[in-house]
Design a protein around this ligand. Structure first.
Ligand code: CMC
Length: 437
C-alpha cells in the first residue's frame, strides 16, 4: 500500500482541519486512512453496511464490480475455471501462486491424508434431529472440530495454521456428505482417497455400500467448477465475520463455523436455495406465463419480494461467475439429456425479461452466481436444502486463506466497530415511593 497524497478534512465548528493519507493498492479505488481520526478529532465515521469502508488490506481476491471481473491472486476466474481444478485453486488462494507438479502432488497428498473425520464425530452428529437443516448441522459439526483437533490450535504457529487449513479443506466434503446421509437415514460412506476431491465428494454423497459408484466425468467437472467459482469473494459478509471472529484470537474451526452461520442467510449464500425455490413457485403457478406478474411483485416496494439470484453489493454488471454457471448448466443438462428442463428454460426467460426491464436496468441488477447454481446442483442430484452447504464447502478455502492472511499481519488488531448512539442519555431508575405504614 503506497501513500499517494493527502486529503484535508475541515469542520464547521472551528476544530482544526486534519490531513488524512490517501493510499493506492495495485488496482481498485484509493482509500483514505482514517485510523487516527478519532484520536485527532473526537469523531467517528458512520458507515453502516460498510458501503464505503475497506476493513483490511488483502492480496487474495479482487473484484471490479463495474467491469464484472473477478481475480484470484491476479488470475481471472474464467481462466482458472477452464485450466485448473479446485485443489489447484485452493493452493493458489492459500499460497499466492499456482503449484508446480511436485507442489500439486504434495498438496493433494496432504489433503487426502486428512479426509476422514474422528469416528466420535458420528456420535456427535447422531445428536441432531434427522429433519434438521443441514446448514444447522454443519455449523455445529465444524464448530465441534475444535474439540476433536486441538493439536493444531496454536494460531501463533504457522505450521498449526497450515494443518488446520488442510484439515478444514479435507474434512468439509466428508462432513457435508455425512449431514446429507444422516438426513436420508443412509449409512455414511468413508472417503475413497484414490478419487479426485470432487469425485470423492460425489461418491460420499450418492454412493451406498450396496453397489459401486462410478463418478461421471462431466458431472464431476461441473461440481469442481462450482467449487472454484465459490472459492473466495474478498470481504463479503461471511468472510468479514471470519476475520472479525479471528481478530479476537478465536481458533480457526470456531471462526469458520461463524462464517458458515453468516453464509446461511438468504441475502448471502442462502440465495441459491431461495432462487431455486422461487423458480419452482413460479413454475407451479403457471411458469413462463406468470413471469410478468412475478416481476410486478418484485418491483412493488410493499411486497417484500426479491428476484433471488439477482443483484450484488459489488457487481453492477453481469457477475462473471453467473456466466460460467450458465455455461455449466448447458453442459450438465446436455450430459443428462435434460435440455428441456423447464426450470432452466424459466430461468433463462426470467433473466431476459429482467435484463430488459427499466427497474433492473436503472439499479444495475444482474444475475449473480446463485441464479444458475441451483439449477446445476439440482441436475447433479443435490437436494435444495444442501445447496448452501456446497457453497460453504467451496468457500472454506477462501475463509481460511483470509483468516491466515489476517493472523500473519503484524498490524492486526481486534475488530471493534464504533456506533452513533441515539438511545436515552443517562437517566435514573425511578424508585417507587415507600408505602406508608
Ligand atoms: N430484486 C429486486 N430488487 C432488488 C434486488 C433484487 N434481487 N436487489 C436489489 N434490489 C433493489 C433494492 O430494493 C434497492 O432498490 P431501491 O434503490 O429502490 O431501494 C436497490 O435495488 C439497491 O439494492 P440494495 O438492497 O440497496 O443493494 P445491497 O447492495 O444492499 O444488496 C443484495 C445486495 C445481494 C443483498 C441484494 O441485491 C439482494 O438481496 N439480492 C437477492 C439475494 C441474492 O441473490 N443474494 C446473493 C448474492 S451473490 C452470492 C453471495 O455473495 O452470497
Amino acid at each position: 500500500m503506497k501513500e499517494q497524497s493527502k486529503a484535508t478534512l475541515s469542520f464547521p465548528d472551528g476544530t482544526a482541519p486534519i490531513e488524512l493519507p490517501i493510499y493506492s493498492g495495485t488496482i481498485g479505488p484509493q482509500v483514505i486512512d482514517i485510523r487516527k481520526l478519532y484520536a485527532q478529532t473526537d469523531r467517528f465515521t458512520f458507515d453502516p453496511g460498510f458501503m464505503s469502508t475497506a476493513a483490511c488490506e488483502s492480496k487474495i481476491t479482487y473484484i471490479d464490480g463495474d467491469k464484472g471481473e473477478l481475480l484470484y491472486r491476479g488470475y481471472p476466474i474464467e481462466q482458472l475455471a477452464e485450466h485448473c481444478d479446485y485443489l489447484q485453486t485452493c493452493y493458489l488462494l492459500l499460497n499466492g501462486e499456482l503449484p508446480d507438479d511436485e507442489q500439486r502432488r504434495d498438496f493433494e497428498n496432504r489433503v487426502t491424508n486428512h479426509t476422514m473425520v474422528h469416528e466420535q464425530m458420528t456420535r456427535f452428529l447422531q445428536g441432531f434431529r434427522r429433519d434438521a437443516h443441514p446448514m444447522a448441522v454443519l455449523v455445529g459439526m465444524v464448530g465441534a472440530l475444535s474439540a476433536f483437533y486441538h493439536d493444531s490450535l496454536d494460531i501463533s504457529d504457522p505450521e498449526h495454521r497450515f494443518v488446520s487449513a488442510i484439515r478444514l479443506i479435507a474434512k468439509m466434503p466428508t462432513l457435508v456428505a455425512m449431514a446429507y446421509k444422516y438426513s436420508m437415514g443412509q449409512p455414511f460412506m468413508y472417503p475413497l482417497n484414490r478419487l479426485s476431491y470432487s469425485a470423492n465428494f460425489m461418491r460420499m454423497m450418492f454412493g451406498t455400500p450396496c453397489e459401486d459408484y462410478e463418478p461421471n466425468d462431466v458431472l464431476v467437472r461441473a461440481l469442481d467448477r462450482i467449487l472454484i467459482l465459490h472459492a473466495d469473494h474478498e470481504q463479503n459478509a461471511s468472510t468479514s465475520t471470519v476475520r472479525l471472529a479471528g481478530s479476537s484470537g478465536a481458533n480457526p474451526f470456531a471462526c469458520i463455523a461463524a462464517g458458515i452461520a453468516t453464509l446461511w442467510g438468504p441475502a448471502h449464500g442462502g440465495a441459491n436455495e431461495a432462487s431455486l425455490l422461487m423458480l419452482r413457485d413460479i413454475q407451479r403457478e403457471g411458469g413462463v406465463e406468470r413471469i410478468g406478474e412475478f416481476i410486478a411483485k418484485v418491483k412493488d416496494k410493499h411486497s417484500n419480494v426479491k428476484l433471488m439470484g439477482f443483484g450484488h453489493r459489488v457487481y453492477k454488471n453481469y457477475d462473471p461467475r453467473a456466466k460460467l454457471m450458465r455455461e455449466t448448466s448447458h453442459e450438465v443438462l446436455g450430459e443428462l439429456g435434460l435440455h428441456d428442463d423447464p426450470l432452466f428454460a424459466l430461468a433463462m426467460k426470467l433473466e431476459k425479461i429482467a435484463l430488459e426491464d427499466d427497474y433492473f436496468v436503472q439499479r444495475k441488477l444482474y444475475p449473480n452466481v446463485d441464479f444458475y447454481s441451483g439449477i446445476v446442483q439440482k441436475a447433479l442430484g443435490i437436494p435444495t436444502e444442501m445447496f448452501t452447504c456446497i457453497f460453504a464447502l467451496a468457500r472454506t478455502v477462501g475463509w481460511i486463506a483470509q483468516w491466515g492472511e489476517m493472523i500473519a499481519d503484524p498490524d492486526q488488531k481486534i475488530g471493534r466497530p464504533r456506533q452513533l448512539y441515539t438511545g436515552h442519555a443517562r437517566r435514573d431508575v425511578r424508585v417507587p415511593a415507600k408505602r406508608k405504614g
